[in-house]
Design a protein. Structure first.
Length: 71
């Protein structure tokens, strides 16, 4: 499972927990990680499922259960 978080949400949720110079909130790094996992998800057979981590926790849990059952 790949939990995707848009860069705007990264900044919005950070609240200073991760220092400004950290690779974890770097937009270029995050774009590369996103690209890597989305590329894996496009392969057949896909072993990666991407989820929008801005969704409600209960909805994410339900989507995860559904996708895992399919596997």
């Amino acid at each position: 499972m790949y939990l995707d978080l848009p860069q705007a949400a990264v900044y919005e949720r950070n609240h200073g927990k991760i220092p400004a110079g950290s690779i974890y909130i770097d937009p270029c790094f995050n774009a590369a990680v996103r690209s890597y996992f989305l590329g894996l998800a496009d392969l057949e057979p896909s072993r990666v499922a991407g989820l929008d981590s801005t969704l409600d926790l209960a909805e994410l849990a339900q989507l995860t259960r559904t996708r895992l059952r399919l596997l």
